[in-house]
Ligand binder design. Sequence first.
Ligand code: TYD
Ligand code: MG
Length: 456
Amino acid sequence: MARDGAVYACQSCGAVQTRWTGQCPACGAWNTLVEELTSRPPGALKLTKPTRKAGLAFEGLDAETPAPPRIITGVDEWDRVCGGGVVPGSAILVGGDPGVGKSTLLLQVAASAARRGARCAYISGEEAIEQVRSRAHRMGLADAPVKLAAETALRAIVDGLKAEPFDLVVVDSIQTMWSDAHEAGPGSVTQVRAAAGELVRLAKKRGLAVILVGHVTKEGAIAGPRVVEHMVDAVFAFEGERGYPFRILRGAKNRFGATDEIGVFEMGDAGLAEVKNPSALFLDTSGERAAGAAVFAGIEGSRPVLVEIQALVAPSAYGTPRRAVVGWDSGRLAMILAVLEARCGLSFGDRDVYLNVAGGLRISEPAADLAAAAALASSAFDVALPQDCVVFGEISLSGEVRPVSRMDSRLKEAAKLGFRRAFAPADPESSALQVTGASRLADAIQRIHDGAWDKP
Ligand code: TYD
Ligand code: MG
């Protein structure tokens, strides 16, 4: 039985139970329930009295709403993911693995916005002032008028933010903040939720944009409570593969913009550099393209991005052949292998299959199906695709190649980067590239097998 005022909060999903159990009844995770003391014993909740007159003030959908004003930070990749700058009074949660560069990114965002006239504060609960300052020096940001503070006590932070007018505040990180209204330790669900709630309220009330930094658990969720994700207006994930300098900011939720937008950065000695033309980064244009490689003309958010998809099909040494993917969905690979077997007569039953998206990018577009299939066939036949060819198209279970969205932008981007031809669904008319149409996957695979590109 719980002590008075104690509840058990799941550290994975944030669900609260009155009794301890080994498995969280809400999310099914094991050993995640931790006793937390709430400030008020359950049952003592006061019902708030209605203060205004009963009834709702309904309005029509067609009423004019002006577009929200925006704080343009000047870090274009960040502003684009936000949907055109940060909305005053909004709260943004930025999640990412430790060490991926969240603090670096947000210091740059705050410094750049401050240089453009926004009143910015950076509150660090993780690093001492000297550490933040020396990093700013190294990144050439020392002259930016950002107000720094090292603090973890929520009360002090809220008081400080009320005492002075600010436009934008970075709180790094939400897991280090604690409120003395709760007895639970810092980083616990109760504390994270309380701190986030308080800061979001402050943001709304004072028209201040608050950017919260959150660490990510091994499972990839923003550590601690999912509830924080519901409180904020936007959730961005900052991602990067180990061993690559590229970092990608990806919108997961955004009340003020599209969520499929990405921002691309490169980590260097002086912080993060914006990558304005990601295609050039993800594509290795030097040397011959090897068998098993296909260049996919993709779309990330509003931008076309060219990226190499690499496949390796090799005899399997074991009874159960291996299937491994990096940067792609393994379920999607299984589907493409099944379609290649059933509709094109290729057999992968006794072969290992590896599929890799170059440069650490992650692709979720179905338009990459044909590029993946072409890379797999190219490796299986040991026939290289033409050096100057891009591939895109969605594959159906019946073995057809379907048209995809924005084919024109894909072709134009490819032409801009020096590609001459495209292997694509039958439809697109293009003056920029010579398109080899493929409406059936079996015909496409046959072409790769024969190396027959120019035959009608
Ligand atoms: P950091 O922003 O502290 O990561 P996070 O806040 O997500 O934990 O970044 C830490 C890493 O970035 C660290 O491994 C060093 C690297 N880094 C650079 O390579 N160049 C730089 O200019 C900076 C500031 C950091
Ligand atoms: Mg940090």
